[in-house]
Design a protein around this ligand. Structure first.
Ligand code: S3P
Length: 164
């Protein structure tokens, strides 16, 4: 019996959308680490990055993950950088089934280009930044993943059905 399903993957992979639908499908609770961080802080992620820097955000992220991994019957959507800290990777591998959602660079760019809520992508060339992050992070997502699920050209409902 799997306790939790944790979704990891890059910004724009669809972790929150798919996580919400998957939780409804499995009758699990749904948590999104970014939303929990924002609720606890009373501020949004751009504000946290501005005032506390990425390190401040990462500390909050580890604290929230540390709480959520004690859940039972939860789908947990995580921020794209959660796998950067070793302590997080250890927590993730004990939390339940870890699903790595992947998408092509084109899809990731398309899904993230319209909003301003991701501080790491507020740069002159967001596409180059996405490529750089994927290079660095893909091996780490794979290190913690129980399975890898491609999302390109697939509807959220299809992906949910596949995971379930
Ligand atoms: C980040 C991804 C974001 C959020 C923060 C940092 C990252 O979450 O945690 O902006 O380092 O990739 P999403 O993956 O949900 O966009």
């Amino acid at each position: 019996m799997i306790d939790n399903v944790v979704l990891v993957g890059p910004m724009g992979a669809g972790k929150s959308t798919i996580g919400r639908l998957l939780a409804a499908r499995l009758a699990f609770h749904f948590y999104d680490t970014d939303s929990v961080i924002e609720e606890r802080t009373g501020a949004d992620i751009p504000w946290i990055f501005d005032v506390e820097g990425e390190e401040g955000f990462r500390a909050r992220e580890s604290a929230v993950l540390g709480e959520l991994v004690h859940s039972s019957g939860a789908v947990i959507a995580t921020g794209g950088g959660i796998i950067m800290r070793e302590v997080n990777r250890e927590m993730l591998s004990q939390a339940g089934a870890v699903v790595y959602l992947t998408a092509s660079i084109d899809q990731l760019v398309e899904r993230t280009c319209k909003d301003k809520k991701r501080p790491l992508l507020q740069v002159a060339d967001p596409r180059a930044k996405i490529i750089e992050l994927i290079k660095l992070r893909d091996p780490l997502y794979r290190e913690v993943a129980t399975c890898v699920v491609e999302t390109d050209g697939r509807s959220p409902r299809f992906v949910v059905q596949h995971i379930a």
